[in-house]
Design a binder for this molecule. Structure first.
Ligand code: GDP
Ligand code: MN
Length: 398
């Protein structure tokens, strides 16, 4: 789960990390009061969307000159003007895709003087099963570009969970950033607090870009992006409360209500599968036969008729879906039960695209018989290969 920058900064502040003072607003009318509260003399008006690259982003249909999702100003009038221009407008950045994202929240911050911009991020490194730090002097800009052009400017190391964060980690960050003396000490403190926050809140990613050295020589987290491990959210109700559903795919939200593992994709073939491994194999084979899957959907081992119906509704609600492939292995679940579930779902939801059903496992013959005699326009398949070819052919024909 992702949160907004202003929320991420509030989390960091809880752990004693240095962030600028700021006020989040939802309406342009609140901008003047926010500017007064902060006092100036410099303000930064920051669009809050779940995507980076805002500073260099552009607004769709914005008045001439009104560009950039992050704007620095010394004028209170401009704070109000920028707020009016940004709120409700659609911001397009390298991370949003062409469609962009509507800006519904702003963060007005006191402006910081920047002497240097660094990059610092932390993530769970699956290869080493450790929390890794990624640090670079080349902050503020596109880190992917730095990694490509000058990889030697990126320093990474990981922290052994048995010892936790140690003073030498802080020294490694200071060295990577070329800091010494009091600033190195400050970096050590920052490194320790970031690690503590990361572990305590079950983060999967924490990115500070830029981490800056201010005019008076102190460190500050000027931007913050945090992703949390969804599997650990049950123990962080305070984080769950920060969820902004308008930033998420509506179909994914609906799926989570039924405990379905659903990820929207860009293709045309809707998939309903049980088991993550089988689901991935299904996506692969669809691609092998020349089409693209519209989603990943794992209905789980014990899918009820209700769950199967919900899954069908979610798949058919996607206008890109030109065909559906149901690929179920009846292990704990029985194929006849699944077949009845699929038919019940088709009856309630309706079916306007070709549907291929492949069943295998316990009670497979009964299951196939139910599909065959249903009177519904369902194409039966014998195995995964057959199923993929049939749905791809049906979609290409349709
Ligand atoms: P992003 O473009 O979405 O990554 O948004 P950031 O929060 O990183 O802001 C983009 C850029 O705006 C930063 O790299 C800074 O150069 C600039 N910026 C952000 N806050 C301040 C500030 O307080 N003072 C100044 N001078 N520049 C800022
Ligand atoms: Mn940034």
């Amino acid at each position: 789960m992702n949160i907004h920058e202003y929320q991420a900064k509030a989390v960091l502040k809880e752990f004693g990390l240095p962030v600028s003072r700021g006020v989040a607003i939802f309406k342009a009318e609140e901008a003047a009061a926010a500017a007064d509260e902060l006092g100036g003399p410099v303000w930064v008006v920051k669009s809050q969307i779940h995507a980076g690259g805002r500073g260099k982003g552009t607004f769709k249909g914005a008045p001439a000159g009104a560009k950039g999702g992050v704007r620095v100003t010394k004028s209170k009038d401009e704070v109000v003007q920028f707020a009016g221009e940004m709120l409700g407008a659609t911001l397009v950045t390298v991370q949003t895709g062409e469609a962009g994202k509507q800006v519904n929240r702003l963060y007005i911050e006191e402006g910081a003087q920047i002497a240097a911009e660094f990059y610092l991020s932390m993530l769970v490194d699956r290869a080493t099963s450790k929390v890794a730090f990624v640090v670079s002097t080349e902050g503020g800009m596109d880190i992917e570009q730095v990694a490509h052009d000058t990889p030697e400017k990126i320093v990474t190391f990981s922290v052994d969970p048995a010892t936790g964060i140690m003073p030498h980690h802080g020294r490694a960050v200071a060295k990577a950033l070329g800091l010494s003396g009091a600033q190195a000490k400050e970096v050590g403190d920052l490194t320790e607090k970031l690690y503590t926050a990361f572990v305590a809140k079950d983060m999967s990613l924490l990115e500070i870009n830029p981490l800056v050295l201010t005019g008076d020589g102190h460190l500050k987290c000027l931007d913050a992006k945090i992703s949390f491990d969804s599997n650990a959210l049950y123990r962080h109700p305070d984080i769950v409360a920060l969820r902004d559903e308008t930033e998420e795919d509506a179909k994914e939200i609906e799926a989570s209500k039924y405990d379905l593992a659903y990820i929207a994709l860009d293709g045309t073939i809707g998939c309903m599968v049980n088991g993550a491994g089988l689901a991935m194999a299904t996506l692969d084979i669809i691609k092998l036969y020349g089409e693209e899957p519209a989603n990943f959907l794992d209905v789980g081992g014990g899918a009820s008729e209700e769950k199967v119906t919900a899954a069908f509704k979610i798949i058919t609600a996607d206008p890109n879906v030109k065909g559906i492939l149901v690929n179920i292995f009846g292990g704990i679940m029985k194929c006849d039960v699944i077949a009845r579930g699929v038919l019940a779902a088709v009856k309630t939801v309706g079916l306007e695209v070709p549907l291929v059903v492949r069943l295998e496992g316990t009670n497979v013959e009964e299951g196939k018989e139910i599909i065959r005699t249903s009177g519904l326009n369902v194409i039966p398949a014998d195995d995964l290969d057959d199923a993929a070819q049939k749905i791809v052919a049906a979609v290409k024909k349709g």
